[in-house]
Design a protein around this ligand. Structure first.
Ligand SMILES: [Zn+2]
Length: 274
């Protein structure tokens, strides 16, 4: 049994066949998907989607959506988290964080990140963090405003940064990126980290594993980029299990256990599974 701890099932890429995509993942053993929101206009739809498929969701403002966001959205988030307090499917505040691939937005991203950390603390919810060239500042924010637990998703930092996140109660999310032979540093990290620190994710429809990836050249020749889906999770996990030299069943068990530790409401949802 698997948990996809990060899957954008609400994305437009799934508009044509969303139910079939979820059913296919379930057939592959993906018992739960965590659907993080990226902006205010998505909060209602991720909640609905989670209810429809028996999944989990998170509410937040993604750092790359900060330019369109208004201060008012933070008040709205506070209100939404209050209203949905009793919803067992609301498992975290997310997707929040810092993306310094776009350095122009640093200050505004910081204001939204720290504002949302405070809301997570206030509502006693874990966080789902987006990390890109920003691990040290994300850690600084967590030290100023500890939230207890969560996930640093699509982690690609150093071993030392990974350890700091783990010390703050966060698990590191690994997905399609580690299926590439050339991802040497990431693979080393995924092998060296203690098993307790790992959770699995697809980040679908983004981050295609290598077997779905088409190079720019292939795309120019008319081959469509393969769409990543939560059904890929067991195959991605198999790559990690092979890298770590462990049995895939043990990885399934450990990663599920870890996901339930860092997003505690998942444990209740998992028990309610048919
Ligand atoms: Zn995401």
């Amino acid at each position: 049994m698997w948990i996809d701890t990060h899957c954008h099932l609400d994305a437009a890429e799934f508009d044509a066949d969303r139910d079939a995509v979820r059913a296919q993942a379930r057939a592959q053993g993906v018992a739960l998907c965590v659907i993080p929101a990226v902006e205010r206009s998505h909060w209602g739809s991720v909640a609905q989607l989670a209810a429809r498929h028996g999944d989990a969701y998170a509410l937040g403002i993604h750092p790359l959506y900060v330019p369109q966001a208004s201060e008012d959205d933070l008040l709205a988030l506070d209100q939404a988290l209050t209203e949905r307090q009793g919803d067992p499917r609301l498992v975290a505040v997310g997707e929040i964080g810092l993306d310094f691939f776009v350095p122009a937005l640093c200050e505004r991203q910081w204001a939204f990140y720290t504002g949302q950390l405070k809301l997570a603390q206030k509502h006693r919810l874990p966080v789902i963090l987006h990390v890109r060239r920003s691990a040290d500042l994300l850690l600084k924010g967590l030290r100023q405003c500890p939230v207890g637990s969560g996930i640093a998703h699509a982690f690609n930092g150093s071993a030392q940064q990974a350890q700091h996140f783990a010390d703050m109660g966060l698990a590191l999310g690994f997905g399609g990126a580690l299926t590439y032979d050339r991802a040497l540093q990431l693979r080393r990290l995924a092998v060296d980290l203690p098993l307790e620190a790992l959770v699995l994710e697809t980040d679908a429809p983004d981050m295609p594993p290598h077997w779905l990836y088409q190079t720019a050249e292939q795309r120019a020749q008319g081959q469509a980029q393969g769409r990543n889906t939560p059904a890929e999770l067991p195959r991605i996990a198999q790559v990690l299990a092979d890298l770590r030299g462990m049995d895939i069943q043990d990885l399934a068990q450990a990663s599920t256990h870890n996901a339930c530790r860092v997003l505690p409401k998942l444990a209740v949802l998992l028990q309610a599974q048919p």
